[in-house]
Ligand binder design. Structure first.
Ligand code: ASP
Length: 442
């Protein structure tokens, strides 16, 4: 169905009647926008509570045997406010509310409770648009281990969608083999959208949210950064790993497997082009780099030993010491006689002595110490492969900003350079890198 678009709208796009109208205008403006995946109502204002969180809270009260009527009524009010605000006639969710309330009292499960946010919102949206409502519980499946089951899902979902001209499908959940409801992790409606796009082999998966796509750098650190027009899945993985979040991490896989592009769009500014996420692109990059992201809260275990390079099994022994404490590592740059293992500080907490003792007894290092308060910064871009002098620009920018580089790691794909700096230098370093690269056109 190459002429079909799958569109997913996030919680802020469906938070109230006014937002619903914007969504309907977007969908109805293009007849190829046939399959709509909806989130639960999100925040209308900063201090608001998302319906998903209200449902979790309410279910917690129910499961502790406490009264939850009052909380439940607040949830009802959110939906009734939308229905009234849209002026939808001959439609009510009262029966559903009763069923859900009963299920809460009978301990239907936390996932069931959370999933009702998208279930109810999708019913309202389907009614408002005049589209079919397709319950994800009957067409999206997990296996016994709780992993998403593509084979079973595509077997049931693809023929169902083929029979429908226009439909709304709730995001975020599916069913376990025993029929109980299971949700994806938070933000999981993005994943449902990607699955639906793959099931219908969509031309594009439009993911509508409240920002006009990705920005080159975090706007809380760099003032008014430029948007990213096109990014590859591989680049996005690198940036997402460093904490740049707009799209759920797992949403990439289904569409990537089918080569379907994702367009991140803004419901509040539909005219903005947003960011296109693609497998490969012939589009020249505007800058050498596509994005910069980073995260604080890292520690490094520094190991030094003369002739380390000729000691067979040295690296394995170091890593086994980590394995023994059940700690995973992020990066491992090494020199001739030195090795550094970068680990998230949280993961290391309380295990430092055990790990150092284990390393000592396994490899007898000359020097062994932990440095904390490290921040990592990833400079990511497919343009780096063909551009000379990327590292020179990067290191000059940092030297001029008087930032000391504690670690360097260039990925073998030449897609990224990761550097480690002191946490206190993090913001200064990001700004310096942004200015250096964005001023330099490729
Ligand atoms: N409503 C769910 C959440 O708040 C899922 C989603 O919106 O994607 O996480």
């Amino acid at each position: 169905m190459k002429e079909t678009k799958v569109v997913k709208f996030g919680g802020s796009s469906l938070a109230d009647a006014n937002q619903f109208r914007k969504v309907a205008d977007i969908i109805l403006a293009d007849p190829t926008r046939r399959f709509v995946v909806a989130s639960a109502p999100g925040k209308r204002l900063v201090e608001d509570i998302k319906v998903t969180d209200m449902l979790y809270n309410c279910y917690e009260l129910a499961s502790e045997g406490e009264k939850f009527e009052e909380q439940f009524n607040l949830i009802k009010e959110r939906y009734n406010g939308i229905i009234e605000g849209l002026g939808i006639q001959d439609f009510s969710l009262d029966e559903d509310f009763d069923i859900i309330k009963g299920a809460f009292s009978h301990m239907a499960g936390r996932d069931y409770a959370a999933s009702r946010g998208e279930f109810l919102n999708s019913k309202v949206l389907a009614k408002f648009l005049g589209f079919d409502f397709i319950d994800a519980a009957k067409y999206i499946f997990f296996n016994e281990r709780g992993e998403f089951d593509w084979n079973k899902t595509s077997e049931k979902l693809a023929p169902k969608l083929a029979k429908s001209e226009y439909a709304v499908i709730p995001g975020f959940y599916g069913s376990m083999p025993n029929g109980t409801i299971k949700t994806f992790s938070r933000g999981g409606s993005d994943v449902t959208g990607s699955i639906v796009a793959r099931a219908v082999d969509a031309m594009i998966y439009e993911n509508w949210t409240d920002v006009s796509g990705f920005l080159i750098c975090d706007p809380r650190i760099v003032n008014n950064p430029s948007p990213i027009n096109t990014i590859t899945y591989a680049e996005l993985r690198e940036l997402a790993y460093m904490g740049a979040t707009v799209l759920h991490e797992d949403a990439i896989f289904p569409v990537r497997a089918a080569g379907i592009p994702v367009n991140i769009k803004n419901t509040n500014c539909p005219q903005d082009r947003g960011t296109m996420i693609v497998s490969e692109t012939a589009e020249p990059c505007e800058h050498i780099i596509t994005g910069i992201a980073g995260k604080k809260g890292m520690s490094v275990i520094n190991i030094e030993k003369d002739k380390m390079n000729s000691e067979v099994g040295f690296g394995r022994n170091v890593l086994r010491a980590l394995e023994k404490s059940n700690v995973s590592f992020e990066h491992m740059p090494s020199g001739v006689d030195t090795m550094s293992v970068v680990i998230q500080t949280d993961a290391l907490a309380g295990k430092e002595t055990a790990i150092l003792d284990e390393i000592r007894s396994r490899v007898h290092p000359d020097q062994l110490f932990i440095e904390s308060n490290l921040a990592l910064i990833a400079v990511v871009g497919r343009g780096m492969k063909s551009a000379r002098g990327t590292a020179a620009i990067l290191f000059t920018a940092l030297a001029e900003a008087r930032v000391n580089i504690k670690m360097i790691d260039q990925g073998s794909s030449e897609l990224n350079i990761i550097i480690g700096v002191a946490e206190e230098d993090f913001e200064v370093a990001l700004r310096a890198i942004y200015n250096a690269f964005i001023k330099v056109k490729k």
